[in-house]
Design a protein around this ligand. Structure first.
Ligand SMILES: NC(=O)c1ccc[n+]([C@@H]2O[C@H](COP(=O)([O-])OP(=O)(O)OC[C@H]3O[C@@H](n4cnc5c(N)ncnc54)[C@H](O)[C@@H]3O)[C@@H](O)[C@H]2O)c1
Length: 270
């Protein structure tokens, strides 16, 4: 159902890899709600070609940008503002990658070269995006920026490894830049802490199926789906949440504040 919540709004959506991606689902919902969109992903991800199917559906141009490259980001914002004939109202940062996890290195054996890349891709890229927009004055007053995160930033999930540190840094960047952007232009910056969701990035975590199952049993409402996350992002891009900023917002069916559930206890007795 559409409520026209984003009628007239223009946004950049990073990170739609395939139809399971949270960014993919968010782009579809934003389009349904009346937004105009520019899609972006790393050039290597774009070569897979899937994003073009989404582009057709949401009538959006695709502009490649490695989120660790200031030149790419500048080009992206230039092309987006040209396409929109004006500034951007919202940005979704849906970017994450752990080189150490990918290479099978455990948390106690981190390769620091990989680690630096992980932090640059998964965390400082948000700073780079905001800085680029800031320098170009590319986000309109009352704009909204959302980055996706995970509760491993607050609590230990051993197999999430260095991504836990990456998410803690990401959440901190959202708060710190959110302060400055709020003062300067009433632009809000928040992170959404999503339930485990079966996507390419999610499935990279060791024992992911067990992980999803556990979270499902530990959440009074069950896990939040990718589609529900897309709905939540729409609400955060809309004018109905103008004074929400610098927050880490849990979107997890109650998981984050649940101590234990009968389902999990029953499992323990077995
Ligand atoms: N899936 C989950 O369980 C879950 C839970 C909480 C938060 N998140 C977060 O949601 C976000 C989206 O992930 P997803 O689950 O939809 O998986 P996904 O694999 O579909 O998306 C990750 C995206 O990051 C992009 N990316 C990687 N390196 C990049 C770079 N250098 N420049 C630009 N883009 C780059 C990839 O191409 C991909 O599109 C991530 O930040 C992830 O950590 C996921």
């Amino acid at each position: 159902m559409s409520y026209n919540l984003l009628k007239g709004k223009k946004g950049i959506i990073f990170g739609a890899l395939d139809e399971r991606s949270i960014a993919w689902k968010t782009a579809l919902r934003c389009h349904e709600e009346g937004a105009q969109i520019v899609l972006s992903n790393a050039p290597v991800a774009m070569r897979m070609g899937e994003i073009n199917k989404l582009a057709e559906k949401v009538e959006a141009p695709v502009v490649g940008a490695d989120a660790t490259s200031m030149d790419d980001l500048k080009k992206l914002f230039e092309e987006a503002t040209k396409h929109f004939n004006g500034g951007v109202d919202f940005v979704l940062h849906s970017i994450g990658m752990s080189l150490n996890v990918r290479k099978g290195k455990s948390y106690t054996e981190l390769d620091y070269g990989f680690n630096q890349k992980t932090l640059d891709i998964s965390s400082m890229s948000l700073h780079r995006v905001l800085r680029t927009a800031w320098d170009m004055d590319a986000i309109n007053e009352w704009g909204s920026v959302v980055a996706l995160t995970y509760i491993a930033a607050q609590r230990v999930f051993p197999d999430y490894s260095e991504m836990a540190d990456a998410k803690a840094l990401l959440e901190s960047v959202a708060r710190s830049f959110g302060y400055h952007y709020g003062v300067r232009k009433k632009v809000r910056v928040n992170t959404v802490s999503q339930s485990p969701t079966a996507t390419t990035a999610g499935s990279g975590v060791k024992g992911f199926d067990g992980f999803i199952d556990y979270a499902q049993k530990m959440s009074p409402m069950g896990n939040a789906t990718g589609d529900q996350c897309a709905d939540y992002c729409v609400s955060l891009f809309s004018d109905l949440t103008r004074m929400v900023t610098m927050q880490n917002l849990f979107h997890d069916g109650g998981f984050s504040f649940t101590g234990v559930t009968p389902e999990v206890i029953a499992q323990m007795g077995k």
